[in-house]
Design a protein around this ligand. Structure first.
Ligand code: ADP
Ligand code: F6P
Length: 475
């Protein structure tokens, strides 16, 4: 058996940053997996001597992957039962809806919990095997909340961080969870627990005090003889990279071409989501359809481009959503479209970063209206891509990014009339006003980019500061 290489920094996430996909010629290739976590961590770790422990998608034996941009890929295999009960079950049909305001009903099954424990143990063992003595392990997201505790048992010498990319719910929702105490204890295996928003740290502290009876403030929790720190570290994007990409002459030309292909309308509205019931796609379509029906928006002047890349496709709630969205898109196009002029351009393909940047450049209004979202990086990517300070961001109050992008057109997506009104305001925004808002948001994102996020989190976790210095000098 080859000797296991060890790293001083280990990232543990459900997914590896690459996914297998089939190229047009039928060959198997790897591509960057769509989703917020990979978008955040991929640019950060590039050229850093780190190991990424994760699942490669699929249920076969763990493939041996080459290093990606200098980062070692350590695959954790999932079999068909793990996929069904851990990933699709406990992670995405219990925790995901529960953590997103229960906008869909969370399901509780004992078999799912057993799989969650089993798979978390496997990830913890994999991380324990690749971390250098005294190294730093950074565990990500809701799929792996037990890993910090399990890893501490295996390797008490490590510094362990945990970051939750999704919202952490208020006590009245979390209390539903049958195995709530174990889950909280699992997270408390970390030295530092990071959340997207201060409200989430507050919810967590309240729960720890209530369920486990531990002394807890919104910053520190006493666990046995240790202190676990908690706090808000809003995740971000590689702002400079997106701005550079969006400003490239070929991307500008591609955006021009896209506008032409869309019929050179006066206004292009864009939405880019994973196909997920938290993203508010149905509410947005309803608002758009009512604006078309009332004549406030006309097909020839305005087009909506809805990108909705399929996600978690075997989970029933996701299948139902996709059917409903596609029926509604068909209805709206049937009712309001013309020959060669659909009301909605609906795309379910994953795009590469260049095409995404061109789409952001072409969008006069970006509609990001989730019912609940931990952060929403698409909103930040759009702002970063508006290198000429034009364009308007319509943003849900329930996205984590709304706490930072205060100059967006903020909206409550549950309020259909407000959604319509704010979409019209964004469409009719005076260029000077829109420019001022965009400039302020871009300046914010240049200061608070992904490196600033990593610096603030890792310097809180890594008291020696050596890692932060290494990350700052890489990439
Ligand atoms: P989530 O983590 O819930 O998926 P985010 O908005 O935070 O939501 O992150 C989504 C990420 O996935 C963004 O970086 C976005 O660019 C990327 N993405 C979304 N749709 C696509 C697509 N069709 N093709 C490629 N990347 C996509
Ligand atoms: O944070 C949200 C999240 O679950 C991320 O962990 C992941 O990047 C994204 O959504 C995509 O989800 P999935 O990995 O299930 O395709």
């Amino acid at each position: 058996m080859p000797e296991m290489r060890q790293s001083s920094l280990v990232v543990v996430a459900n997914r590896l940053p690459i996914d297998d996909s089939v190229a047009p010629d039928g060959a198997c290739e790897w591509r960057r997996s769509p989703g917020g976590l990979v978008s955040a961590l991929h640019p950060l770790l590039r050229h850093t001597p780190a190991t990424w422990v994760g699942w490669a998608g699929g249920t076969g034996p763990a493939p041996d992957l080459p290093d990606v941009d200098g980062v070692r890929m350590h695959t954790v295999p999932l079999d068909a039962q793990d996929l069904r009960d851990h990933y699709e079950g406990f992670a995405n049909a219990t925790l995901w809806p529960l953590y997103h305001d229960a906008v869909e009903q969370p399901e509780y099954h004992r078999r799912w919990w057993e799989a969650y424990q089993r798979v978390n143990q496997r990830f913890a063992e994999a991380a324990a095997g690749v971390a250098e003595p005294g190294g730093l392990v950074w565990v990500q997201d809701y799929h792996l909340q037990l890993v910090p505790g399990m890893l501490r048992e295996l390797r008490p010498d490590l510094r362990i961080g945990f970051f939750l990319h999704v919202p952490f719910p208020p006590p009245e929702l979390f209390m539903q969870l049958p195995r709530r105490a174990e889950l909280l204890r699992g997270m408390l295996g970390a030295d530092l627990i990071g959340f997207q928003r201060a409200q989430a740290s507050h919810n967590f502290a309240q729960l720890v005090a209530k369920v486990l009876g531990l002394p807890a403030t919104d910053r520190r929790i006493g666990v046995d003889d240790r202190v676990v720190r908690i706090g808000a570290y809003p995740v971000s994007i590689d702002t400079a990279e997106m701005a550079a990409l969006a400003g490239r002459p070929d991307v500008t030309a591609r955006a021009r071409r896209l506008r032409h292909d869309l019929g050179d309308p006066e206004h292009v509205i864009l939405s880019v989501d994973r196909m997920d019931y938290t993203k508010g796609i149905e509410q947005r379509l309803k608002a758009y359809s009512e604006l078309l029906a009332s004549g406030d928006v006309k097909v020839r002047d305005t087009v909506l481009v809805q990108v909705a890349v399929p996600s978690r496709e075997r989970v029933a709630q996701y299948q139902i959503l996709r059917e409903r969205v596609e029926r509604e898109v068909g209805r709206i196009n049937g009712e309001f479209g013309r020959v060669g002029e659909p009301a909605i351009h609906y795309l379910t393909q994953p795009f590469d970063r260049t095409e995404l940047a061109a789409l952001y450049r072409v969008a006069d209004v970006m509609a990001v209206t989730p019912l609940r979202d931990g952060m929403n990086l698409v909103a930040k990517e759009y702002v970063a891509a508006r290198v000429d300070d034009s364009g308007a961001l319509l943003l849900s109050e329930f996205a984590g990014s709304a706490a930072e992008l205060e100059q967006a057109y903020l909206v409550n997506p549950h309020d259909l009339e407000e959604l319509k009104r704010m979409l019209l305001s964004a469409l009719r925004a005076a260029p000077e006003d829109a420019g001022e808002r965009m400039r302020a948001m871009r300046a914010h994102l240049h200061r608070h980019d992904i490196r600033a996020w990593a610096r603030s989190y890792l310097s809180a976790l890594d008291e020696t500061g050596s890692l932060v210095r290494r990350l700052s000098s890489s990439g």
